[in-house]
Design a protein around this ligand. Structure first.
Ligand code: 13P
Length: 256
C-alpha cells in the first residue's frame, strides 16, 4: 500500500479579521510549526491572506484560499484570480465547496474552469464533492459524487493530476455536528479513489490525498483518520480555535 502523508486543512470560511487570523496562526506556529509528518494548510478569508502569508513565509505551514475566479483578470467585480493568489504565496485553493455550490449557484462546469485555471497557475485545488441529505436518503450518494468529481476534473491531464487534493464533504455533516460514520466516509473515499484510478491510473490515484470534511473534531478524528482511504481533513469549525486545530493535527500525525 502506498503511504500518503496526511493533510489537515483549516477552512475558516467567513470568520476572522486579518488581526484575529494572525493571532490564531501565531498560536498554531508555536504548537505545530515544526511538524513534518503532516501537511498543514490554513485557508483564511481573502482579507487575511497577505498578513497570514507573511507569517507563514519560511515555515512548513502552507497558505490556501477559499475560492477564486477562473479568468486571468478583467471586469469581474468582487472576484480574485489565481495570479493574485499566487502573488500572495498561496499554494492551495478550495474549489467547489458546497457553500459555493448552494449559496452562489456554482455549477460543475464553472468549478471545472477554476480547477483548470488553478492548476495552470501552480495552485493545488482542493476540489470538494459531497451529497445532500435528500440525495443520501434517496440512494444517490455515489452517483452525485461521481458526477461532481468527473465534471470537476474534466480535461485535467495525468501530468497535472498529482497536484490535486479531493475533499469529500457530505453536505448534511457540515457545521451540523452530524459526522458521517467511518463506514459511510470510507465507502465514499474508496469509491472516489476508484474513480481517480480510472481517470489517472493506479500510481497517480494511490498518491492523491482524499480529505474528509464535515464536523470533524478531535473526538471523532482518530477513527476517521485510521480508515484506509481517508488521508486527512478539511476542517471548518474546529479549525477556528488553536487548541482543537492542533489536536486534529496531532491526531493526523498519530494515525497510521
Ligand atoms: P465543519 O467542520 O464546521 O463541519 O465544516 C466543514 C467544512 O465545510 C470544511 O470545508
Amino acid at each position: 500500500m502506498t503511504s500518503r502523508k496526511k493533510l489537515i486543512a483549516g477552512n475558516w470560511k467567513m470568520n476572522k479579521t486579518s488581526a484575529d487570523a494572525v493571532t490564531l496562526v501565531k498560536d498554531l506556529l508555536l504548537e505545530v510549526g515544526k511538524t513534518t509528518d503532516v501537511d498543514i494548510v490554513v485557508c483564511p478569508p481573502f482579507t487575511a491572506l497577505e498578513s497570514v502569508g507573511k507569517l507563514l513565509n519560511g515555515t512548513l505551514v502552507k497558505l490556501g484560499a477559499q475560492n477564486m475566479h477562473p479568468e486571468k483578470n478583467g471586469a469581474f467585480t468582487g472576484e480574485i484570480s489565481a495570479e493574485m493568489l499566487r502573488a500572495l504565496y498561496a499554494g492551495y485553493v478550495i474549489l467547489g465547496h458546497s457553500e459555493r455550490r448552494s449559496y452562489f449557484a456554482e455549477s460543475d462546469a464553472f468549478i471545472n474552469q477554476k480547477v483548470i485555471a488553478a492548476l495552470k497557475n501552480q495552485l493545488r485545488p482542493i476540489l470538494c464533492v459531497g451529497e445532500t441529505l435528500a440525495e443520501r436518503e434517496s440512494g444517490a450518494t455515489l452517483k452525485v459524487v461521481q458526477t461532481q468529481l468527473e465534471a470537476g476534473l474534466e480535461g485535467v491531464g495525468k501530468d497535472l493530476a498529482p497536484s490535486l487534493v479531493i475533499a469529500y464533504e457530505p453536505v448534511w455533516a457540515i457545521g451540523t455536528g452530524k459526522v458521517a460514520t467511518t463506514a459511510q466516509a470510507q465507502e465514499v473515499h474508496a469509491f472516489i479513489r476508484s474513480l481517480l484510478v480510472k481517470l489517472f491510473g493506479e500510481p497517480v490515484a494511490q498518491k492523491l490525498r482524499i480529505l474528509y470534511g464535515g464536523s470533524m473534531k478531535p473526538a471523532n478524528a482518530p477513527e476517521l483518520l485510521a480508515q484506509a482511504d481517508i488521508d486527512g481533513g478539511l476542517i471548518g469549525g474546529a479549525s477556528l480555535e488553536s487548541r482543537s486545530f492542533v489536536e486534529l493535527i496531532r491526531a493526523a500525525a498519530a494515525a497510521k
